[in-house]
Design a protein around this ligand. Structure first.
Ligand code: NAD
Ligand code: IPM
Ligand code: MG
Length: 357
């Protein structure tokens, strides 16, 4: 039975970076005889322009059938004035919620070759290897009620709801404890339990789960402190588990520890391990169309796809080794450029990874 991968390039730099990852996947498919077949679809602004909706039924059907999805990025200023329900980002959020991709894994790993590309001192970040486990289908992103309403005074009020059920907390907690078991056995749960009831419950459930994972050392940290600790001493962390919005923010922060947001891949999984894989960054409208975006986060997301959804660990490692090799060769896109290195385009970086495979 061939396994199907759905490619969703999306907007901005999305098509440029997905094109490079697709070449890499094609080659690895041949090399390892993986029997993968590829489909493509529309999502985000690209889908709005063609079909007037950010997540066409056809795309959702293809996504539901696919074994895994590789997404570039969605969004851009030309769609920013659309009402919330019609925005490109709703396409991405719709895929996450429809496929119940509740577990978002965002590994922040510093390649030793990039120690000088980080904005922090090399000794603070060298050897960095953190896994952020972000809850992805609940919290304030999806809580009801939400909207903008008119008060009796005639003034408008915007509002959202930050809510988590016990079972939502428990299932993401299990993913995080299991990830910690496979790694350094340290889990830090990040919340705002000094202010928000929803995270008082979050903390209670995490403490509860501790009994099932006695080999994992659990700690708790408020999110404001976590943001500070991530730049002060990031290597104190092994696995971090947190809710949807805190995870969004902390993962962009962690990205910069690794040199560039262009290096951070992600996996979004449901309980059947069906997954959507995407770089953590966005559509980068400021550099779209220039051929200078870093495709490595997307290529590394393809490696995560092979590992988590397709059970092809060796093929995943081959891609990761190829990425490390091109960095050894001194090749850098503009975002990770440093003195003495060779600046390359998106396509040249993709070609170099292909050659290294
Ligand atoms: N998963 C997604 O699809 C996703 C994620 C974040 C933002 N977005 C959307 O993207 C649009 C732009 O958002 P933003 O500007 O806040 O964030 P962004 O991540 O797109 O860009 C932030 C900065 O990082 C740079 N950057 C990002 N990816 C890069 C790469 N691969 N190589 C080199 N530089 C890179 C950009 O040039 C920009 O300066 C918005 O519409 C937003 O909603 C989408
Ligand atoms: C584009 C947006 C909906 C998305 C999020 O907030 O989850 C993005 O920032 C991300 O990190 O994947
Ligand atoms: Mg984000």
């Amino acid at each position: 039975m061939p396994r199907t991968i759905l490619m969703l390039p999306g907007d901005g730099i999305g098509p440029e970076i997905v094109a490079e990852a697709e070449k890499v996947l094609n080659k690895i498919n041949d090399q390892f005889n993986l029997g993968l077949s590829f489909e493509s679809g529309l999502v985000g602004g690209a889908a709005i322009d063609e079909t007037d909706t950010p997540l066409p039924d056809e795309t959702l059907e293809k996504a539901t059938r696919a074994d895994a999805i590789l997404l570039g990025a969605v969004g851009g200023p030309q769609w920013d004035s659309l009402p919330m329900a019609k925005r490109p980002e709703k396409g991405l959020l719709g895929l996450r919620s429809n496929l119940e991709l509740f577990a978002n894994l965002r590994p922040a790993i510093l390649y030793p070759q990039l120690a000088s590309a980080s904005s922090l001192k090399p000794e603070v970040v060298s050897g960095l290897d953190i896994m952020i486990v972000r809850e992805l289908t609940g919290g304030i992103y999806f809580g009801q009620p939400r909207g903008v309403r008119e008060l009796e005074s005639g003034e408008r009020q915007g509002y959202n709801t930050y809510a988590y059920t016990e079972s939502e907390i428990r299932r993401i907690g299990r993913v995080a404890f299991e990830a910690a078991q496979q790694r350094g056995k340290k889990l830090c749960s990040v919340d705002k339990a000094n202010v928000l009831e929803v995270t008082v419950l979050w903390r209670e459930i995490m403490n509860d789960l501790r009994r099932e994972y006695p080999d994992v050392e659990l700690s708790h940290m408020y999110v404001d402190n976590a943001a500070m600790q991530l730049v002060r001493a990031p290597k104190q962390f092994d696995v971090i588990v947190t809710g949807n919005m805190f995870g969004d923010i902390l993962s962009d922060e962690a990205a910069m520890l690794t040199g560039s947001i262009g290096m951070l891949p992600s996996a979004s999984l449901n309980s059947e391990k069906q997954g959507m894989y995407e770089p953590c960054h966005g559509s980068a409208p400021d550099i779209a169309g220039q051929g200078i975006a870093n495709p490595l986060a997307t290529i590394l997301s393809a490696a995560m796809m092979l590992r988590y959804s397709l059970n092809e660990e060796k093929a995943a490692e081959a891609i990761e080794a190829a990425v490390s090799k091109v960095l050894d060769q001194g090749l850098r896109t503009a975002d990770i450029m440093s003195e003495g290195a060779k600046k390359v385009s998106t396509r040249e970086m993709g070609e170099a990874v292909l050659a290294a495979l």
